[in-house]
Design a protein around this ligand. Structure first.
Ligand code: LLP
Length: 420
């Protein structure tokens, strides 16, 4: 898709240069066609298995993107009441949602349980007890899966690694075993699922295989002990190609083969929680060069997007392709591409070779459809950026740029002082 873009600036049939004359930069643009295509590809790789895709809302929580997910029949993996309400508003039914996370609160559990969330991915004994108490108060039965921490190194960035024993996520198989043995203590919780998610941007099939083999062995042990499982959730984590020639994503067929090998004879539902893989490569961040600033032994390309709009480079040293979208041929130059925020970490690329740029040029930062806008902040009092959905030659602004008044709306000067 990037090659085609370089040639004619068309992204999902929309001319990005023309679009950037209609919508002020910076803005995110997402290709609906690319997202649909990814959903279809994953579904066909899983053909023959009874699977349910639950999109990890945290990857891209724009209502229009979630509505697209709903239209394509995916459910949602949610981790907060805010994500739950977004998914519901976008048309994803509660009974297609799984609720993950180590810090679910009483109120979050009460609201989602009442609304009929399909499955709680329970991550601690304390949470299991709370779920029992709330379900009993509501006189209903909650459906729960135990999130297993399989103690597997996903081989990814340590900040997005979740399946090692020292990580805060899930419980050991030993602990999970005692939960199943003591299930009678939880009459309002039907503990009938397993869940594992070992990390994100995983580029090798081996950690998936190892984790799922451990989950599968435990499932067989549970069956032998007389427990019936209705679902096994294999999490998300499939990596994408941020840097061509360097990142080599796991082919979906290989991923599916690992799932098939572990669970071919499982007669329940297999849940997948993909986030990044469905949306990352479907999103670009459009930004303009404010100025070119000479530095000590380097040239800074100061652009109008910043780390508050896209945190990944600052947070994980993530590499994103940056493509200038001008028409003429220009000599190659090396730049440090930086934003206006007052931190040295506000750097999108260091010493990056690209066609020479001048003030006003349009740049596209690629691979930002996942964990881009959803992680944005208003740091440096920069309003949240606009988001645009593209679909086969047409576009719709699906989030207008936040106004200054909206940015400060919740703040007030201390007119009244109270004592606690
Ligand atoms: N399921 C659970 C329980 C998760 O915690 C996550 C992501 C997913 C599914 C989706 O994983 P994915 O398919 O997207 O890899 N902000 C980081 C990524 C954080 C991922 C957090 N959990 C980044 O920009 O790389």
């Amino acid at each position: 898709m990037l090659q085609a873009l370089r040639a004619n600036s068309l992204f999902d049939g929309v001319d990005l240069q023309a679009l950037a004359r209609q919508v002020d930069t910076p803005f995110y643009a997402y290709s609906a066609s690319a997202i649909r295509q990814r959903i279809g590809a994953l579904q066909s790789a899983m053909q023959g298995l009874d699977t349910r895709l639950c999109f990890a809302v945290k990857a891209n929580s724009n209502l229009a993107v979630l509505q697209l997910m709903a239209q394509c029949g995916t459910g949602a993996d949610i981790v907060s009441i805010g994500e739950f309400r977004r998914a519901l508003r976008a048309g994803i039914p509660a009974d297609r949602m799984v609720f993950s996370g180590v810090g679910k609160t009483h109120d979050e559990i009460a609201e989602t349980l009442m609304a009929g969330v399909w499955k709680f991915n329970v991550e601690s004994y304390d949470e299991l007890q709370l779920l029992q108490r709330i379900a009993s108060e509501q006189s209903i039965t909650a459906h729960a899966a135990v999130r297993i921490n399989p103690d597997v190194d996903a081989g990814t960035h340590e900040k997005i690694s979740t399946g090692k024993s020292e990580n805060k996520f899930g419980v050991s198989i030993d602990e999970a075993r005692t939960w199943f043995a003591g299930h009678a203590d939880f009459p309002n919780v039907r503990l009938d699922g397993l869940h594992a998610h070992i990390g994100s941007q995983i580029l090798s099939v081996a950690p998936f295989r190892l984790a799922l083999q451990r989950v599968a062995a435990f499932w067989r042990e549970l069956v032998a002990a007389g427990h019936n499982l209705a679902s096994i959730d294999v999490g998300g984590g499939l990596g994408v190609c941020y840097r061509s020639g360097v990142d080599q994503p796991v082919p979906t067929e290989d991923y599916a083969a690992v799932i098939r090998a572990a669970f071919a004879d499982f007669d329940g539902v297999l849940v997948l929680e993909p986030g990044r893989w469905l949306v990352a490569e479907a999103g670009v961040l459009m930004t303009r060069v404010i100025r070119v600033k000479p530095g000590a032994g380097r040239q800074f390309l100061v652009v109008d997007a910043a780390m508050n709009d896209l945190q990944r480079p600052a947070l994980y040293d993530a590499w994103h392709e940056i493509v200038p979208l001008h028409d003429e041929v220009r000599p190659t130059t090396c730049y440090d591409v930086v934003g206006p925020v007052c931190e040295t970490g506000d750097t999108f690329a260091v010493d990056r070779a690209m066609p020479a740029c001048v003030s006003g040029d349009l740049l596209m930062i690629a691979g930002v459809g996942a964990y881009g806008a959803s992680m944005a902040s208003t740091y440096n009092s920069r309003p949240l950026t606009a988001e645009v959905l593209l679909d086969n030659g047409r576009y719709a602004v699906v989030r207008r740029r936040q106004s200054f008044e909206e940015m400060v709306a919740g703040e007030q000067l201390p007119h009244a002082w109270h004592t606690a």
